[in-house]
Unconditional design. Sequence first.
Length: 121
Amino acid sequence: MLLQLVAITLDCPDPLALAAFYQQATGLELHPRSDADFAGINGEHGLLIGFQRVDDYRAPSWPDQIVPQQLHICFKIDEDLSETETLLLELGAGKPDHQPHGDKARVLTDPAGHPFCITTR
């Protein structure tokens, strides 16, 4: 059996806001059927990154697992790590104190608290 990955969906309190963050961060297009309960961005090769509203959403607590991270997204960049980090922080990302990868990568959190990494190619 060969599976084709077509969508990844993240729980969040505000799908449109989280879709806007990732749209600005990646340059991908907003899915045309996005609304207050489910929004998405269209990725490469037909991959949809979706964001679904969850009542009483609790953000992951990283690096501890009091509230598990549930998933971790990694992005490769061509730009300077520090410059990209600054841009993402301006867009609403957070930066945990714990940075386990030294100068090779940065761990940030999106506005809903999901951890993600940026690393150079």
